[in-house]
Design a protein around this ligand. Structure first.
Ligand SMILES: *Cc1c(COP(=O)(O)O)cnc(C)c1O
Length: 371
């Protein structure tokens, strides 16, 4: 069997090589490497795909989160509610801006932030909620938006793992990341819409928030060499925008391929006592950024066996954020559901080029340990 990848970026590139090579050559030949037509076109096409008024491209998904928070004009000490079961960037930007991260536990099935526990964590200082649409499935936005409306809170959706997912809110269908006041995403190569380097974007329907996000991402300047505020430098470059514009056309077919692979894994693992296959919530479809099993007894043994057989896997995440050294002032938050998930989750190779043969091979190794 050929080498198994966690994400097969080369296989995916080879399928669309001609188009990708063409856009790269076009950019190289214009000399317009920052800004320009490619960035503008991609931003417009992404806005159309998401049905959102404003897409502001930026340097990466972490900057996208930071820019989103900067646009809200919060004061030091204001509280931002988020999940401890996420990539660090979500919480990092809260702390970087001098805000207080309030960690709220997750739902055991979806791994997304638990709306009931959000309600309990709200204080007079709460200003914003940042749900993360983990592994490719949106958080319960219907419940979260109700809470936000009742308490007058901002909502920033960290959509780095769920771009393209559809979600039902108040009986209406939306693309994930476009329900809250602001949505953010990452174009890190392994994400579902991945560049060939770093990239990110912020989306919003609010023109004033869009103006601020753009301003803060461009050194606080809307007129060259005049500065309205302190900002950062965060841009998507033209090469990445061109590549992303090609891949955006295929995003829905990539999502279908991931779902086919996920269903195949499901069939292979179904009916095994110690294995829980990914749960599907009823209000959101799943774009399977990760295919994550929950294995109560034998997770570490399975990880060991996969390693021995040279099969890549991921433990997303091995530790709730509030237990890591950098967040020790948050250590008293009580998130037992997240802590338990950290001990039981394991993510298997998931990408658009997976075959039945590869998946059966992986499943056999997992099942030998668990059975
Ligand atoms: C990848 C990711 C980010 C950060 O994206 P970068 O482009 O690597 O900065 C933020 N949040 C979540 C949930 C992610 O998975």
């Amino acid at each position: 069997m050929k080498k198994i990848h966690m994400v097969d970026l080369i296989g995916q590139y080879n399928q669309i090589k001609e188009e990708i090579d063409t856009t790269i050559a076009e950019t190289l030949n214009t000399g317009m490497y920052i800004g320009g037509e490619k960035v503008k076109t991609f931003s417009e096409n992404l806005a159309n795909y998401l049905h959102v008024n404003h897409v502001i491209p930026c340097g990466n998904g972490t900057d996208a989160l930071q820019l989103a928070l900067m646009a809200l004009d919060l004061k030091p000490g204001d509280e931002v509610i988020t999940t401890p079961f996420t990539f660090v960037a979500t919480a990092e930007v809260i702390k970087l801006l001098g805000l207080k991260a309030i960690f709220v536990d997750i739902e055991p099935d979806s791994y997304n932030i638990d709306p009931i526990k959000i309600e309990e964590a709200i204080t007079p200082n709460t200003k914003c909620i940042i749900p993360v649409h983990l592994f490719g499935q949106t958080a319960n936005m219907d419940a979260i938006m109700k809470i936000a409306d009742n308490h007058n809170l901002f909502v920033i959706e960290d959509n780095a793992q769920a771009i393209g997912s559809n979600v039902i809110v108040k009986g209406e269908k939306f693309k994930s990341g476009t329900i809250g006041h602001i949505g953010t995403t990452s174009f890190f190569p392994s994400k579902n819409l991945g560049a060939f380097g770093d990239g990110g974007a912020v989306f919003t329907n609010d023109p004033e928030l869009a103006r601020k996000i753009k301003l803060f991402g461009n050194h606080g300047s809307s007129k060259k060499y005049y500065y309205e505020s302190i900002g950062i430098n965060s841009r998507l470059d033209a090469l990445q925008a061109g590549i992303l514009d090609v891949k955006l056309k295929y995003l829905d077919s990539y999502i279908s391929a991931r779902n086919i692979a996920a269903d195949r894994y499901d069939q292979l693992f179904l009916g095994t006592d110690d294995i829980k296959i990914p749960y599907r919530v009823e209000y959101s479809d799943h774009v399977f950024h990760q295919y994550t099993l929950r294995i109560k007894e034998h997770r570490d043994a399975v990880a060991e066996a996969l390693k021995e057989n040279k099969i890549p896997f991921g433990i997303y995440y091995p530790q709730s954020l509030h237990h890591s050294e950098a967040y020790k002032e948050s250590r008293d938050f009580h998130c037992p559901v997240s802590d338990q998930a950290c001990k039981e989750v394991i993510s298997l190779p998931m990408h658009t080029e997976l075959t039945e043969e590869i998946q059966s091979h992986i499943a056999k190794i997992v099942l030998e340990i668990v059975k």
